[in-house]
Design a binder for this molecule. Structure first.
Ligand code: AMP
Length: 406
């Protein structure tokens, strides 16, 4: 397929399928231009009372539907419903390709890849490394291959951006045979970090070449240490459970706690896993919510206040650890739902990082920066708010993969 005339007027579909939701974006893929979003949306609550919503780039709702639990919307049905909604909205323009966010590319995939039978088999073999995410990422790929076998599909990996990390950073202090069986640090949120790395040179020259920690603070959360735009360390390791406390995940946990939960508190491995992924983090600590907006409005309640303090404390400690791994720190970048929108979290984190030389500019923090610290960023450590765009990154990857095979 040529990337020239056929690309004009064509559309790209980008999917991010999780355990209970399918997020989608449609991009206009005009030759020689950055992909431009036409609309985005999601079906959430899959397996329960599902809710579909589609929005134009400005946020205006262009489609919405709710199903009852009794209507049993599973992943398969959700994809059919999505395709039924999309067909008239594509207005006869052909789909050029579909890009997928795939959580795990293992040791092999350092770049996005065009999916064929062999690739799909390899990605399926990685399911044991990410059993809660990878099967959901792969299900729509299989469904689309069945219904639209000629549509090129591209897998883009959350682990890929971290591939270049040093062996010293990637290995656990475990027996060699265990490491060789794939039990090592991989790191995640790679599409978000790659997008941020791609825009850092436009934000400030010091960020492009310097030692930067990017704080992806969403419902899932991690930090990535970047030097010269490349990942050198991150807080997520073997699984997306590691590192920071998150919305419902515990983050780093003494492995002895897992044995205790199972031996003394009689939890099965499945119950333990469920607790650590879904009942912990901000939700578990506060007993109130995993939604930062709600927690901030109830921060005078002691359990909520403590949960917020622990959340920030963990971020501050991990920033110290990553700064040590890089031998210093030039800048801190906040991104994702909490990082971009919650000025209180940014202020509290920077307060804990004053020892590194950060001086918060309260007014600019309230205005979301982009720079939220005092002083010349070329001379002193600076902090920034930079919006992430994982879907845009996916779309750019898809176009690159298509161009390479043209
Ligand atoms: P994400 O996973 O990136 O969509 O981020 C979800 C998190 O961002 C949730 O904890 C939300 O509460 C939080 N969030 C979204 N908007 C805001 C806001 N305006 N203020 C504070 N937190 C927000």
């Amino acid at each position: 397929m040529s990337s020239g005339a056929q690309t004009v007027q064509s559309l790209l579909l980008v999917l991010n399928a999780g355990s209970s939701s399918i997020k989608f974006s449609v991009f206009d893929a005009r030759a020689g231009q950055e992909p431009a979003e036409c609309f985005h949306g999601q079906i959430e609550g899959i397996g329960g009372a599902a809710h579909f919503i589609a929005k134009a780039p400005g946020g205006q709702v262009v489609g919405e539907h709710r199903w009852t639990e009794a209507e049993h919307v599973d992943h398969q049905k959700a994809l059919v419903l999505l395709s039924e909604w999309l067909t008239p909205h594509l207005q006869g323009r052909p789909l050029l390709a579909c890009g997928h966010r795939v959580v795990h590319g293992g040791r092999r995939y350092a770049q996005p890849v065009l999916i064929d039978d062999a690739v799909l088999t390899e990605l399926e073999a990685l399911c044991p490394l990410a059993p809660l995410h990878q099967p959901h990422n792969l299900a729509p790929i299989r469904a689309i291959r069945e219904h639209l076998p000629d549509l090129p599909q591209v897998a883009c990996f959350d682990t890929a951006f971290h591939h270049g990390q040093d062996e010293v950073v990637q290995q656990f202090a475990l027996p060699r045979a265990v490491t060789e069986a794939g039990v090592r640090r991989y790191g995640f949120h790679g599409l978000s970090y790659e997008h941020i790395a791609s825009v850092l040179p436009k934000v400030h020259p010091r960020l492009a070449s310097g030692r930067v920690i990017v704080a992806h603070l969403g419902n899932g959360a991690s930090l990535c240490a970047m030097h010269g735009g490349r990942s050198v360390a991150s807080t997520m390791g073997f699984s997306a459970l590691d590192g920071l406390a998150m919305g419902t995940r515990c983050g780093t946990l003494d492995a002895g706690v897992v044995f205790h939960l199972q031996r003394e508190m009689k939890l099965t491995p499945e119950q333990t896993e469920h607790m650590l992924y879904h009942d912990s983090g901000l939700l578990g600590m506060s007993g109130v919510s995993n939604d930062m907006r709600e927690l901030r409005t109830r921060s005078s309640e002691p359990q909520v206040r403590l949960a917020l303090d622990i959340y920030v404390h963990r971020i501050v400690r991990e920033i110290g650890s990553l700064a040590a791994a890089m031998g210093g720190l030039d800048a801190l970048v906040f991104t994702a739902g909490i990082g971009e929108n919650d000025a209180d979290t940014r202020a509290e984190v920077l307060d804990g990082c004053r020892w590194l030389g950060f001086m918060l500019d309260v007014r600019r923090n309230a205005a979301r920066g982009p720079c939220i610290t005092e002083g010349d960023p070329a001379q002193v450590p600076s902090a920034w708010v930079v919006p992430t765009d994982e879907e845009g990154m996916l779309a750019r990857h898809v176009l690159k993969v298509l161009a390479a095979r043209a």
